[in-house]
Design a protein around this ligand. Structure first.
Ligand code: PLP
Length: 221
């Protein structure tokens, strides 16, 4: 199947409450152009340098999502244009995003990444760290970031029950925090689900899926 065909097939399956992020990491510009021609306007990348190179040459109505782990010293390269940062997992990083956003007179939307998987290698906050971050005095002073949701990755495993349990746990945290609102906190987006598990994620309440290989084919690193 072509990129266009795969993209349209997935889009047709998604409920209209779910936003599709086309994960184009490692893929050449020509692949992104094909997806763009098929109507895709939201692209996800996991390396700031690669995303910036693509942003420079692609049409300017694209929304660029940083879905990978973000190094503090690289935030400055994407602050001018990034539309949503999915992987925020510390106050230190949020402070840097705030600082760089301010230089460009912007407010940058962010998702806090939660640790829901069993693997200890995956990044993210636990529930206590989340509560202490959003409850901190410093957080409330960050006027150039908006925390608009949560993001999580399930364990990479065939056991559907395990994956379902992890997604439903994240959905529960999300729902309980939706009632908590402040000037820079209003949870609307729940980013969970990738090529292998997005249907499960949607069943558990995902509002944003990040799909790469099912659109662009497998990646060769
Ligand atoms: C690569 C990546 C995806 C997409 O993975 P696929 O299995 O190719 O759909 C989604 N989310 C994150 C954080 C990723 O790094």
């Amino acid at each position: 199947m072509s990129i266009k065909e795969s993209l349209l097939k997935i889009k047709k399956e998604l409920p209209n409450t779910v936003t599709l992020v086309a994960v184009s990491k490692t893929k050449p510009i020509s692949d992104l152009e094909e997806a763009y021609a098929a109507g895709q306007r939201i692209f996800g990348e996991n390396k700031i340098q690669e995303m910036t190179q693509k942003w420079e040459v692609m049409p300017k109505d694209i929304q660029w999502h940083m879905i990978g782990h973000v190094q503090t010293n690289k935030v400055k390269y994407m602050a001018e244009y990034v539309s949503l940062v999915h992987g925020v997992d510390s106050l230190k990083l949020l402070k840097e995003i705030n600082k760089q956003a301010k230089k460009h007179n912007r407010v940058i939307n962010c998702l806090l990444q939660m640790h829901i998987a069993e693997e200890s290698t995956k990044f993210g906050l636990d529930k206590e760290e989340l509560n202490s971050l959003i409850g901190s005095d410093v957080f409330k002073t960050l006027k150039n970031v908006n925390v608009v949701g949560l993001m999580g990755m399930a364990t990479f495993i065939d056991n559907k029950n395990q994956v379902k349990k992890e997604f439903s746990m994240l959905k529960e945290i999300f729902s309980s925090l939706q009632r908590v609102k402040s000037t820079n906190l209003d949870l609307k987006i729940l980013s969970m689900g990738m090529s292998g598990d997005y249907k499960l994620a949607i069943d558990q309440g995902s509002t944003m899926v990040r799909i790469g290989s099912s659109i662009f084919g497998s990646r060769n690193y």
